[in-house]
Design a protein around this ligand. Structure first.
Ligand code: 5GP
Ligand code: ZN
Length: 114
Protein backbone atom coordinates (compact mmCIF):
# COMPACT_ATOMS: atom_id res chain seq x y z
CA UNK A 1 0.00 0.00 0.00
CA UNK A 2 1.57 3.25 -1.15
CA UNK A 3 0.19 5.30 1.77
CA UNK A 4 1.50 2.87 4.41
CA UNK A 5 4.85 3.82 5.96
CA UNK A 6 5.74 0.21 6.83
CA UNK A 7 4.97 -0.97 3.27
CA UNK A 8 7.33 1.77 2.05
CA UNK A 9 10.04 0.64 4.48
CA UNK A 10 9.61 -3.02 3.44
CA UNK A 11 9.99 -2.03 -0.21
CA UNK A 12 13.12 0.02 0.61
CA UNK A 13 11.37 3.23 -0.50
CA UNK A 14 11.62 4.77 2.99
CA UNK A 15 14.79 4.60 5.08
CA UNK A 16 15.06 2.28 8.07
CA UNK A 17 17.62 0.39 10.10
CA UNK A 18 16.72 -3.06 8.75
CA UNK A 19 17.97 -5.93 10.91
CA UNK A 20 16.39 -8.86 9.09
CA UNK A 21 14.38 -9.35 5.92
CA UNK A 22 13.23 -12.31 3.88
CA UNK A 23 10.34 -12.97 1.51
CA UNK A 24 7.74 -13.06 4.30
CA UNK A 25 8.88 -10.87 7.20
CA UNK A 26 10.96 -7.74 7.91
CA UNK A 27 12.45 -6.50 11.18
CA UNK A 28 13.72 -2.94 11.63
CA UNK A 29 14.49 -0.63 14.55
CA UNK A 30 11.67 1.55 15.87
CA UNK A 31 12.32 5.21 15.08
CA UNK A 32 11.37 6.20 18.67
CA UNK A 33 12.82 3.44 20.85
CA UNK A 34 11.39 3.05 24.35
CA UNK A 35 14.20 0.74 25.51
CA UNK A 36 17.78 -0.14 24.43
CA UNK A 37 16.34 -2.70 22.01
CA UNK A 38 13.10 -1.76 20.25
CA UNK A 39 12.53 -3.58 16.98
CA UNK A 40 9.38 -3.88 14.86
CA UNK A 41 8.75 -7.29 13.30
CA UNK A 42 6.24 -7.05 10.47
CA UNK A 43 4.75 -9.23 7.74
CA UNK A 44 5.78 -8.00 4.27
CA UNK A 45 2.15 -8.39 3.23
CA UNK A 46 -0.03 -5.44 4.26
CA UNK A 47 -2.38 -6.61 7.03
CA UNK A 48 -3.83 -3.68 8.98
CA UNK A 49 -4.14 -5.30 12.41
CA UNK A 50 -4.89 -8.51 14.30
CA UNK A 51 -8.55 -7.78 13.53
CA UNK A 52 -7.77 -8.29 9.85
CA UNK A 53 -6.01 -11.65 10.12
CA UNK A 54 -7.48 -14.55 8.17
CA UNK A 55 -7.16 -18.29 8.81
CA UNK A 56 -4.57 -18.55 6.03
CA UNK A 57 -2.33 -16.07 7.95
CA UNK A 58 -1.87 -18.43 10.92
CA UNK A 59 1.51 -19.75 9.74
CA UNK A 60 2.71 -16.22 8.99
CA UNK A 61 1.82 -15.07 12.52
CA UNK A 62 3.76 -17.99 13.97
CA UNK A 63 6.71 -17.08 11.79
CA UNK A 64 6.66 -13.48 13.14
CA UNK A 65 7.41 -14.98 16.56
CA UNK A 66 10.21 -17.14 15.16
CA UNK A 67 11.85 -14.06 13.63
CA UNK A 68 11.31 -12.06 16.85
CA UNK A 69 13.18 -14.75 18.77
CA UNK A 70 15.97 -14.77 16.19
CA UNK A 71 16.34 -10.97 16.39
CA UNK A 72 16.28 -11.13 20.22
CA UNK A 73 19.15 -13.62 20.02
CA UNK A 74 21.04 -11.35 17.58
CA UNK A 75 20.53 -8.43 19.97
CA UNK A 76 21.82 -10.52 22.86
CA UNK A 77 18.63 -10.17 24.94
CA UNK A 78 17.14 -13.65 24.62
CA UNK A 79 18.68 -14.63 27.97
CA UNK A 80 17.81 -11.47 29.92
CA UNK A 81 14.34 -11.39 28.41
CA UNK A 82 12.13 -9.18 26.34
CA UNK A 83 8.54 -8.19 25.74
CA UNK A 84 6.49 -8.74 22.58
CA UNK A 85 3.59 -6.34 22.11
CA UNK A 86 0.95 -6.11 19.39
CA UNK A 87 -1.27 -3.05 19.70
CA UNK A 88 -4.71 -3.42 18.14
CA UNK A 89 -7.15 -0.55 17.71
CA UNK A 90 -7.73 2.81 19.44
CA UNK A 91 -7.61 1.77 23.11
CA UNK A 92 -4.23 0.10 22.59
CA UNK A 93 -2.72 3.22 21.02
CA UNK A 94 -2.07 1.60 17.64
CA UNK A 95 -0.96 4.36 15.28
CA UNK A 96 0.46 2.45 12.31
CA UNK A 97 -2.14 0.22 10.69
CA UNK A 98 0.24 -2.38 9.32
CA UNK A 99 0.45 -5.33 11.71
CA UNK A 100 3.65 -5.23 13.75
CA UNK A 101 5.11 -6.94 16.72
CA UNK A 102 7.15 -4.68 19.05
CA UNK A 103 10.24 -6.50 20.36
CA UNK A 104 11.35 -4.54 23.44
CA UNK A 105 14.20 -5.35 25.79
CA UNK A 106 17.63 -4.52 27.12
CA UNK A 107 16.33 -3.26 30.45
CA UNK A 108 14.11 -4.49 33.25
CA UNK A 109 10.46 -3.57 32.69
CA UNK A 110 7.43 -3.15 34.88
CA UNK A 111 4.12 -4.76 34.08
CA UNK A 112 1.52 -3.74 33.06
CA UNK A 113 2.47 -0.66 31.09
CA UNK A 114 0.26 2.37 30.41
P1 5GP B 1 1.88 1.29 17.34
O1 5GP B 1 1.49 2.32 18.35
O2 5GP B 1 1.11 1.45 16.04
O3 5GP B 1 1.83 -0.10 17.88
O4 5GP B 1 3.41 1.55 17.05
C1 5GP B 1 3.91 2.14 15.89
C2 5GP B 1 5.40 2.27 16.08
O5 5GP B 1 5.98 2.59 14.83
C3 5GP B 1 5.81 3.37 17.06
O6 5GP B 1 6.59 2.79 18.12
C4 5GP B 1 6.60 4.35 16.21
O7 5GP B 1 7.71 4.90 16.89
C5 5GP B 1 7.03 3.49 15.03
N1 5GP B 1 7.19 4.22 13.80
C6 5GP B 1 6.30 5.10 13.26
N2 5GP B 1 6.76 5.57 12.09
C7 5GP B 1 7.97 4.97 11.88
C8 5GP B 1 8.91 5.04 10.83
O8 5GP B 1 8.77 5.77 9.86
N3 5GP B 1 10.03 4.27 10.95
C9 5GP B 1 10.23 3.45 12.02
N4 5GP B 1 11.36 2.72 12.05
N5 5GP B 1 9.35 3.35 13.04
C10 5GP B 1 8.22 4.11 12.96
ZN1 ZN C 1 1.48 -1.63 4.98
Amino acid sequence: MSNCIFCQIILGKSPSHMLYQDERVSAFRDIHPVAPTHVLVVPNQHIASVNDLAREDEALVGYLFTVAHQVARQEGIDGTGYRLIINTGPHSGQVVFHLHLHLIGGQRMRFPMG
